[in-house]
Write a protein that binds this ligand. Structure first.
Ligand SMILES: NC(=O)c1ccc[n+]([C@@H]2O[C@H](COP(=O)([O-])OP(=O)(O)OC[C@H]3O[C@@H](n4cnc5c(N)ncnc54)[C@H](O)[C@@H]3O)[C@@H](O)[C@H]2O)c1
Ligand SMILES: [Zn+2]
Length: 344
């Protein structure tokens, strides 16, 4: 299976390839960047002809300190401009290694090899790379396309279940914003890492993301913002939880349910919240916050969301299944009322 992506003057292929054959492609000029968990599951990564840098697993590694450490190691290893960076891991590795590739020698060839479901269906496609700062997530980065993306769905066998569910939240999101048929398929089949047709779902999502980023690579026209359905509330929940004990997929599942209720209250949609909730429940994702939430603080965080232009709260709302639109200027009092109501 494969998907072609055209992005500005760049063009690359996302293709299904076994991890072993990726490892065999790595030359002595190249550098693999991975994390400790992925390396522990796939020790064969150490047998490639290239050198390897393994960062500690987890979001904390998407930091300036870790970026500097990786860059130091890259230069110490004598990495030259004609080398390729292979980012082999989840979204953390992809974002950090992508930013390293974008900046070392003012940009070297990057190959993305996503190993988590979230990275396969979302972060490895679209060219956003970067790191977190103490001021917030993903604040330092750039748009930097890979030369290729290789996906081996069999590596999902070793992905912890909660991270599989995390990725499923983004898969379900694609259904609600762009692809009603996908929602039906997800309802009918209970996908797990053992599903024989999992790659069909993965590549379907890759094609959907491709369509969006091809139309709006640098988030200028507003179309790319539809990928943010559930994310205004979700990001605020993650920030309030200080990114601990709450996975991104869990936060946006709660966020999608809430944002459907908000769209209904605004009179923009008539989607039954039970329909949204049931699919998340089917995939063991939460539909309400599982610990205490300070709604007033959440509203302040949402007012500061990058989609907001200064007046009210901005959200990418689903108007009907498969159709999503960025809505600006939503009254914070209405959002507060809806959240207090559905989370009481
Ligand atoms: N660039 C983008 O467009 C974009 C889009 C969405 C998310 N992101 C970023 O992606 C990050 C989240 O990505 P994630 O959910 O993949 O997190 P992650 O990279 O932390 O991976 C999740 C966990 O699974 C482990 N893991 C990954 N693949 C594995 C495998 N095959 N077997 C065993 N363990 C494996 C990792 O070590 C980690 O512990 C966030 O930093 C987020 O900001 C970026
Ligand atoms: Zn997301």
């Amino acid at each position: 299976m494969q998907v072609e992506v055209k992005s500005g003057t760049d063009q690359y292929t996302v293709q299904q390839t076994r991890l072993q054959s990726v490892i065999e492609q790595v030359s002595s000029r190249d550098m693999i960047i991975t994390d400790t968990n992925v390396l522990a599951c796939y020790p064969a990564l150490s047998n490639s002809k290239g050198q390897i840098i393994s960062i500690p697993a987890g979001e904390e590694s998407k930091s300036f300190v870790q970026y500097e450490a990786v860059v130091e190691q890259i230069f110490q290893a004598g990495f030259l401009r004609n080398g390729t960076v292979f980012a082999i891991g989840g979204g953390v590795v992809g974002d950090l290694a992508g930013f390293v590739a974008a900046t070392v020698h003012r940009g070297v060839r990057l190959v993305q090899v996503p190993t988590s479901l979230l990275a396969m269906v979302d972060s490895s496609v679209g060219g956003k790379v970067g790191i977190d700062l103490s001021y917030g997530k993903n604040l330092l980065g750039s748009f930097y396309n890979p030369a290729s993306v290789y996906i081996d769905p069999t590596v999902l066998q070793t992905l912890p279940t909660e991270h599989f569910q995390n990725g499923m939240a983004e898969v379900i999101k694609y259904g609600w914003i762009l692809d009603v048929e996908l929602l039906e398929i997800l309802k009918k089949e209970n996908f797990s890492v053992n599903s024989h047709n999992l790659e069909e779902i993965v590549f379907r999502c890759v094609a959907l993301k491709r369509d969006v980023v091809e139309a709006d690579f640098t988030e200028k026209s507003g179309l790319r913002a539809i990928l943010n359905f559930g994310h205004t509330v979700g990001h605020a929940l993650e920030a309030q939880a200080e990114y601990k004990n709450l996975l991104h997929g869990q936060a946006i599942a709660v966020g999608m349910v809430a944002e459907v209720a908000i769209a209904n209250e605004l009179g923009l949609s008539q989607i039954r919240t039970q329909d949204v909730e049931s699919l998340f429940q089917q995939y063991q994702l939460p539909i309400r916050p599982t610990s205490y939430v300070n709604i007033d603080q959440l509203i302040s965080l949402m007012l500061g969301d990058k989609k907001s232009t200064g007046n009210g709260i901005a959200m990418s709302l689903v108007l009907e299944p498969g159709q999503c639109k960025l809505v600006d200027n939503i009254d914070p009092a209405l959002v507060r009322r809806v959240l207090a109501n559905i989370w009481s």
